[in-house]
Write a protein of this length. Structure first.
Length: 283
């Protein structure tokens, strides 16, 4: 981006990226067990090489790449330095970066996380950040505002893919489930979006969920993990996304990464998935 040129909204940039590359998002999750399987050290240097090979394999194939922040954070400042470098390299590969940090806190503290991940020139700035609404969607106000100001986006956890989530997120009240109320509140923040182009505020809904929230009034993108190792299928993705299918990013991490360390082998798994998970015609 030229200095001084405002960044286009995340929703519009994602819309173009999906039109060009389809709906698959691949995760970079340097689990210790994968680092070992690849013959790499379980340290920041191993994570750096893992990230480099992963991005070489699929960075130019997919609209978005999702680093799992936990596996960088566990290596301290050296791990964060690798993540900073990776976020820049994802942009160079032509993909959007989704930092999966699941941040959430009281409003005044959330403002610090917002500046860190969504600020104009922050070292860890990403195109979109995963955030947790379980301190109240309103506690995320600074993240919504900072993302809007800088053309970045959010994916707010609504109905996550893990089996433990249902008791809390699927709990019902007179107006529907907790997850539905999150989707509806996020959707209200997208109200002014252009028809056909998603707003910049999305939700996370797992591909493993039997009782998903309705997404018809979201007007924003969906990040849908849970395909592959967690058992979600193409049919699940179609059923759960419904009208939001064209704006859905289907995330797959370990199923691709297990094909490594060979870059061509990972690329061929990612390419096959990218063909399967394409819900819009080529641009
Ligand atoms: O509900 C959620 C939210 C986030 N995730 C993250 O997605 C990937 C999934 O990895 P796989 O190897 O494809 O299972 C991982 O980073 C999770 O933290 C999720 O799975 N479910």
């Amino acid at each position: 981006m030229t200095e001084g040129t405002p960044r286009a909204p995340f929703g519009a940039r994602l819309h173009s990226a999906i039109a060009a590359r389809g709906n698959l998002c691949v995760g970079i999750d340097p689990h210790p067990v994968l680092l070992e399987a690849w013959g790499l050290g379980v340290d920041a240097a191993g994570v750096r090489e893992f990230s480099r090979r992963s991005l070489e394999a699929f960075g130019d194939l997919v609209p978005a790449v999702k680093p799992q922040v936990a596996f960088f954070e566990e290596h301290g400042s050296a791990g964060f330095a690798v993540l900073e470098e990776l976020l820049g390299s994802i942009t160079e590969s032509g993909a959007l970066s989704v930092a999966d940090a699941k941040r959430g806190d009281i409003g005044s503290t959330m403002a610090g996380y917002a500046r860190a991940w969504l600020g104009a020139d922050s070292p860890l700035a990403c195109d979109a950040l995963t955030v947790s609404p379980y301190l109240g969607v309103g506690s995320l106000a600074a993240a919504f505002d900072t993302a809007s100001e800088n053309g970045r986006g959010l994916f707010v956890l609504a109905r996550t893919s893990n089996p433990e989530a249902g008791g809390l997120q699927g709990a019902g009240g007179p107006t529907g489930t907790v997850a539905q109320s999150v989707v509806d509140e996020v959707g209200r923040r997208n109200a002014a979006s252009d028809p056909g182009v998603p707003g910049s505020f999305g939700v996370v809904v797992g591909a493993t969920v039997g009782d998903p929230p309705r997404l018809d009034s979201l007007s924003g993108p969906v990040l849908m993990p849970g395909v592959g190792e967690q058992g979600g299928t193409l049919a699940d993705v179609r059923r759960i996304a419904g009208p939001a299918l064209p704006h859905t990013l289907v995330n797959v991490s370990r199923h691709v990464l297990r094909a490594g360390p060979d870059v061509d082998a990972m690329r061929s798994v990612a390419r096959a998935l990218a063909e399967t998970y394409r819900f819009v015609g080529p641009a």
